[in-house]
Write a protein that binds this ligand. Structure first.
Ligand code: ADP
Length: 623
């Protein structure tokens, strides 16, 4: 037997782990199971490729057992590749990974106290010292007939001695310390395996004594008879569904998996299973729920995507795995390249994660787009649920704006249901300069807007943007596929409709008269070239928000902006003619105020002083 000192960096690492990860010490089991699964992966691989172990046969399994009487122990056993004496020295006596070594050396004393930083590298095997006063590792490497036992208290040294083991693999016996003793418990182990290791690809068995009560047979005290039975039970579902080949998975299996894991009784609308290879290797399995998750529009929504690293569960509570506008997506990201102990803070900055996120977003959006082209019926259902978050994406995800522009849908002045920019463009008329839209109210109100008439007359379609976020979002867009987007309820849109036949002389006298009558209630008065039956409309200066938008911003707690509209009047309308002809200032003022209030009403906005409006109106009518 030889006693060896740990390399100093191992002692450092042990101290670091114990201090920074202690509150989360249950992760040790995940680490050990993950190591066991890796060792099985390796042996499986070697049994398939040319070499000494080619054709090696074994039935992969991981076994967990524990003792609860007297000294408590917890044993994790695998039949993977195993380790010989050198391996034990190299793997459990030093820090194997040179990256970890460098990282550790670069940490300042302050950083060493920061558990988030510690999470950046695989703490692995050593984490078991958080719950153990002594650890024994008995291992036999596949293809050899000698076994060795590594023993340490995790302080400064370890011993290696020859040992016995029937076949290849590794047995890790944890002699639990006081804080670790709670882990020698059937329910504790089962729940940790469920939480962290359910999707390990190999079966994990738990060995325990099951107590049975026989209620038919009672003792003198009337207690049911107790018998104990030794059982070995598989405790993981072992169904890393997403790791299997797409072609081998039935539609039913995908759906069952979704329903069992995402608390939904309904089948998903659809799912996307992708294996990415190249610089980064990862698998994603995404589901789109048939109904939008109930908390989709809450700021504190629960994210729906779980992160795994090599089938080991890492987190389901990270809002940065996908951008927030895709928060309705459910599913799994399983990376081959991330470190197991990747923490939340690290995830946000991690390059591998950033590339997985970008790839996932691109994949999701391109699948949505394909669906919009190939399966309009399904897409209609999708849009009914998720149009709004996609519009948020238009605002927040500049890099994918072009694709998102193909996905969002709006009502239209000429089409039933929803339509998109692409089909709008296909329907555009000769000479039409822009994609027209109107914002700032409910669908019915917008569709009834007198502004629409002139566009309808020319055969121009107008998109009805009635979602309250439309105005903010669309104002950041500018154009679609080279064609400008124009709000018809903005002053500037009027020019587009002019075809040169309009009277060119401006009716300055009328404009002055209205301006005087309305004073600071309007920003400007203009003669309209696009109103048919209506005396006037309120529009906004090109860069001003609509009145409806101002109302929303104010409701959201913003300050009142008090931006005045531009009154666009139809000089041919009898009411405006009356104003033009009137020489009574008081009468003119009354007429003008009714014109302005009515223009607001058309937009669904109440006059500031409804009583005064009603009074003026009845005075005018009874005259
Ligand atoms: P990591 O798993 O991140 O490499 P660990 O400290 O957990 O770091 O393990 C160090 C090394 O010890 C592993 O890379 C592996 O080579 C070896 N090892 C650990 N557990 C086992 C096991 N159950 N079977 C075979 N080798 C193992």
């Amino acid at each position: 037997m030889a006693t060896k000192k740990f390399k100093t960096e191992v002692t450092d690492l042990l101290q670091l782990i114990i201090h920074s990860l202690y509150s989360n010490r249950e992760i040790f089991l995940r680490e050990l199971i993950s190591n066991a699964s890796d060792a099985i992966d390796k042996l499986k691989y070697l049994s398939l490729v040319d070499g000494d172990l080619k054709g090696f046969e074994f039935d992969p399994r991981i076994d967990i057992s524990f003792t609860e009487d007297g000294k408590r122990t917890l044993t994790i056993k695998d039949n993977g590749l195993g380790m010989d004496e050198d391996d034990l020295n190299n793997n459990l006596g030093t820090i194997a990974s040179s990256g970890t070594k460098k990282f550790l050396a670069s940490l300042t004393e302050d950083q060493k106290k920061d558990s988030n930083l510690i999470g950046q590298f695989g703490v692995g095997f050593y984490s078991a010292f958080m719950v153990s006063e002594k650890i024994e590792v008995i291992s036999r490497k596949a293809g050899t007939d000698k076994a060795y036992k590594w023993t340490s208290d995790g302080k400064s040294s370890y011993e290696i001695a020859e040992a016995e083991r029937d076949s290849q693999g590794t047995t890790i016996i944890l002699h639990l310390n006081e804080d670790g003793s709670t882990f020698a418990n059937r329910y504790e182990i089962e729940s940790l395996v469920k939480k962290y290791s359910d999707h390990i690809a190999y079966p994990i068995y738990l060995e325990y004594d099951k107590v049975n009560y026989n209620y038919e047979k009672k003792d003198e005290k009337g207690e049911p008879e107790k018998t104990s039975e030794h059982v070995v039970e598989q405790i993981n579902t072992c169904s890393a569904l997403w790791r299997r080949n797409k072609s081998e998975i039935k539609d039913e299996e995908y759906k069952e998996f979704y329903k069992n894991n995402y608390y939904d009784s309904e089948d998903p609308l659809f799912y996307i299973h992708t294996k990415a290879e190249g610089t980064n290797e990862y698998v994603t399995l995404f589901y789109i729920p048939a109904k939008a998750p109930f908390d989709m529009n809450y700021a504190d929504y629960r994210p729906g995507v779980k992160l795994y690293v090599k089938r080991v569960y890492i987190t389901d509570d990270d809002k940065t795995l996908l951008p927030s506008y895709l928060r309705f997506v459910r599913g799994i990201i399983d990376s081959e390249d991330l470190p197991l102990n990747v923490s939340r803070e690290i995830l946000q900055e991690n390059r591998v994660m950033a590339s997985i996120r970008n790839g996932s977003v691109k994949k999701l959006l391109s699948e949505f787009k394909k669906m919009s082209e190939n399966n309009p019926e399904l897409y209609a259902k999708f849009i009914e649920q998720y149009n709004r978050p996609l519009k948020e994406g238009l605002y927040s995800d500049y890099a994918n704006r072009d694709t998102l522009l193909e996905l969002v849908r709006y009502h239209s002045s000429s089409e039933p249901g929803f339509t998109g920019f692409k089909s709008y463009k296909e329907r555009m008329k000769e000479g039409q300069k822009a994609i027209y839209y109107i914002t700032g109210g409910k669908e019915e109100t917008l569709k009834a807007s007198p502004l629409l008439a002139a566009y309808k007359a020319k055969g121009y379609e107008v998109l009805i943007m009635d979602d309250d976020i439309d105005e903010i979002v669309i104002s950041t867009v500018g154009e679609y596929d080279g064609t400008p987007l124009k709000a018809i309820n903005k002053a500037g849109a009027m020019d587009d409709l002019k075809d040169g036949s309009e009277k060119s002389e401006e009716n300055t006298a009328l404009i002055e008269k209205l301006k005087n009558a309305l004073k600071d209630k309007v920003k400007d008065v203009r003669i309209s070239s696009r109103l048919v039956d209506t005396p006037a409309v309120v529009v906004n200066d090109d860069n001003d928000p609509s009145a409806q938008m101002q109302k929303i911003l104010k409701q959201m707690g913003g300050e009142s902006m008090d931006i005045k509209p531009i009154l666009e009047v139809n000089a041919a309308s009898p009411l405006i003619k009356k104003i033009e002809e009137s020489s009574d200032d008081e009468y003119t003022a009354k007429l003008a105020s009714v014109v302005l209030s009515s223009a607001y009403l058309q937009e669904g906005i109440m006059p500031e002083d409804p009583a005064a409006f009603a009074k003026t109106l009845s005075e005018l009518l009874s005259k």
